[in-house]
Design a protein around this ligand. Structure first.
Ligand code: TXA
Ligand code: MG
Length: 330
């Protein structure tokens, strides 16, 4: 991890969009806001640029990337859409949904970005800054979350800065993101499969499909032995502190990640408490999740105890990320 670049930070705006397009065209790395989390973008068709992403993040190269496009026509150039994929794209794009689809023969995305798979993950983000950058650059941009591999995903430019300064060329600061958890990933195989819960709740997707999503088994492998959702490593979102889930009381020395106004015993005047949403709103909780985890982690607590969080709506994605955070230190 010997990268030492001068990392420029620009507020979102015309100059930043032009600079981002230029850096991408030159094979550099740009962090930019999407509605889910900040992404670290590179020209998807440039293998050297894609390799730089893996290097900057310390990410294993067998973990493929999502190609971000500016419109559906661009998506159709790189992937084949069946009826389910078309219905989902029409319902949720632009927005926090990623589709895993068969690559087209003419797909220009570097093999390194898809880890040699025959499928490609595609997303059409809704954030205006992301869309402006995609339009200005004019080609697909691969973008994982803009954090060091294994860290909590960034929801502000400051999070990106603290992880990636000196490793990337440009950070476009568009303020805090709206959704706060990564996109939902659906594999459009024979049976549409939920590969990662995320910013679009499962129930909304099932309503459009008119059927239940099949569930990717944990550490799922397809018949070919390829991981179905290769990035779903058990400890993917790990803070430094231990994470203890479904806490019914706060133990001495623990910090509390609260949800709602429900009471919990063991809190005293000295307790460190952050609430994901006092009014018990799961959308607000998702938007606060990664920032609160980073903030509690920076206070050097040994353990973060987390109150129970309902599993409906964005709760499924929140609980998924929290389970991974907890698995990291068990
Ligand atoms: O919201 C998001 O999706 C953010 C923003 C920046 O767009 N991006 C993001 O990327 O979360 P990343 O790299 O952190 O997660 C991408 C996930 C990984 O779990 C990866 O394994 C999976 O997508 N993936 C990519 N290509 C795949 C494929 N062909 N088949 C199955 N899973 C794939
Ligand atoms: Mg990530």
């Amino acid at each position: 991890m010997e990268v030492r670049l001068k990392t420029q930070i620009l507020p979102a705006g015309e100059a930043a969009v032009a600079a981002a397009a230029r850096v991408l065209a030159e094979g550099g790395l740009v962090a930019f806001p999407t509605e889910t989390v900040y992404g670290l973008g590179a020209d998807a068709a440039n293998p050297a640029a894609v390799a730089r992403i893996y290097q900057a993040k310390g990410r294993p190269a067998f973990n493929p990337l999502i190609a971000h496009v500016g419109d559906i026509a661009a998506a159709r150039q790189i992937a084949r859409f069946d009826a389910a994929a078309t219905a989902l794209a029409e319902a949720f794009w632009p927005g926090p949904l990623t589709l895993v689809l068969p690559k087209t023969p003419s797909c220009a995305v570097a093999d390194l970005a898809t880890a040699g798979l025959e499928t490609i993950a595609i997303r059409l983000p809704a954030h205006p800054v992301a869309r402006d950058i995609l339009r200005a650059f004019g080609g697909p941009v691969v973008a994982p979350s803009a954090n060091i591999s294994g860290h909590v995903s960034p929801t502000t430019a400051a999070h990106v800065q603290s992880d990636l300064t000196g490793r990337i060329d440009l950070i476009v600061d568009g303020g805090p993101v709206a959704v706060g958890v990564e996109s939902t990933i659906v594999g459009c195989f024979d049976e549409p499969m939920l590969l990662r819960p995320g910013g679009v709740p499962r129930a909304e997707i099932e309503r459009v499909l008119g059927r239940a999503l099949t569930q990717a088994p944990t550490d799922a492998e397809s018949d070919s032995g390829q991981p179905l959702a290769p990035g779903m490593l058990a400890s993917h979102y790990a803070p430094r502190a231990k994470v203890r889930l479904n806490a019914q009381r706060l133990e001495p020395g623990e910090a509390l990640l609260a949800f709602g106004l429900g009471a919990i015993s063991g809190i005293d005047a000295g307790s460190i408490v952050m609430n994901l949403s006092e009014r018990g709103d799961l959308d607000e909780a998702a938007a606060n999740l990664f920032g609160h985890l980073r903030a509690l982690d920076s206070k050097d607590v040994g353990t973060i105890a987390v109150m129970p969080i309902p599993n409906d709506g964005l709760g499924e994605a929140i609980n998924d990320r929290l389970r991974r955070a907890a698995a990291g230190r068990e």
